[in-house]
Design a protein around this ligand. Structure first.
Ligand SMILES: [Zn+2]
Length: 351
């Protein structure tokens, strides 16, 4: 019989709760990922030491590798560790950078990767994409979807609040990315994948309508689920398309022109606001209200850029992703027009 349904790569297990890390060993055994805890653990510099202490009782023999940077070389060093031993899986514990390094190294070594997120700053916690630095530039690399995802709310609560705001920005940017995808479907005949779009939209909508506190357990759980769901949307689409459009092109251009200015999520939030402004998006007011309430960056000044600098990033943006058709490629604006639109955007929203 032919396969009549699509298979979507998705994690075997998703757990969002307090104390998830302490249960890591049980999860590995329960889900048949590793019966005796023969895994390699990769931790980041931030909360690394505390985490290692918390997992020791259930994972006594696992070697712990410290991830010192988010580069391809760093991922290759972890890959060397994996090849030198016999492991059932790689467990990445930390924020974006550590998880991306672990995802990439696991894919290279052909091992499953367990993603244990200790912050909620972006939608890479369950996605089949690793964002790594190579020769001073950030690149996106396709990897396997994590086999299990754990979000420990105890650690998430201890992170700087800016990281949560960034996570909100990345989740909400899906709404702008989806509008870009629909545009590419209309203008270019690009295949618009309704299932992937549904996941990405549900993720963003579950955050944009909330009225609870950013640091409340209910909000943190919703945000974690939204970021995991965005990862599943990318896995269903086979690309980052449902979660990345002009918003991300602008953020990547900001990375190139003004490295280290603000976090990924903060930059895509401003990028999404501007892209929605350009297309006169009916969602703009809703996105603006949500970002405003949660104090997420919305305008160039919030990420340390003046109008001229932001306009330069918008001009540069399409070159960061030449194959992606968005509102920027559609309008194909010259430098002067971009500056005029940036000024109008700032006049309307910077208050
Ligand atoms: Zn993103």
């Amino acid at each position: 019989m032919p396969v009549l349904a699509r298979m979507v790569p998705a994690p075997l297990s998703v757990e969002v709760r307090s104390g998830a890390i302490a249960r890591l060993g049980d999860l590995l055994a329960d889900r048949r990922i590793s019966a005796r805890g023969d895994v390699a653990v990769a931790v980041g510099p931030g909360q690394g030491a505390t985490i290692v202490e918390a997992i020791r009782p259930t994972l006594n023999s696992a070697p712990v590798h410290r991830v010192d940077s988010g580069s391809i070389e760093s991922a290759q060093r972890l890959g060397d560790v994996l090849r030198a031993g016999w492991y059932d899986a790689v467990v990445g514990i930390g924020g974006g950078r550590t998880l991306d390094v672990a995802k990439y190294a696991a894919s290279q070594a052909g091992l499953p990767m367990v993603s244990v997120a200790t912050s909620l700053s972006h939608d890479g916690i369950a996605s089949p994409v690793a964002s790594l630095e190579h020769r001073g530039r950030k690149g996106s690399y396709g990897v396997q979807t994590p086999i299990a995802v754990l979000v420990d709310l105890d650690y998430v609560r201890r992170c700087p609040i800016e990281q949560l705001r960034a996570g909100v920005g990345d989740a909400l940017s899906n709404l702008s990315a989806l509008a870009d995808w629909e545009l590419a479907g209309r203008e270019r005949g690009e295949t618009f994948d309704g299932l992937a779009a549904m996941f990405a939209r549900a993720a963003a909508e579950s955050v944009v309508h909330r009225d609870d506190e950013l640091t409340s357990d209910t909000f943190l759980t919703a945000l974690a689920e939204a970021l995991v769901l965005a990862g599943v949307a990318m896995a269903a689409a086979g690309s980052s398309r449902p979660c990345s459009g002009a918003c991300h092109e602008i953020a990547h251009a900001v990375d190139v022109l003004y490295p280290g200015r603000a976090s990924h999520g903060a930059q895509v939030a401003v990028g999404a606001m501007f892209a929605c402004f350009l297309r006169d998006d009916p969602k703009l007011a809703q996105i603006d209200a949500c970002l405003r309430r949660l104090e997420v960056p919305r305008v160039p000044r919030d990420i340390g850029l003046d109008e001229e600098q932001f306009a330069a990033a918008v001009v540069e943006a399409p070159a960061t992703r030449p194959d992606r058709y968005t509102i920027l490629e559609h309008l194909d604006m010259g430098k002067k027009e971009v500056r005029g639109r940036v000024d109008a955007f700032v006049r309307a929203f910077d208050r």
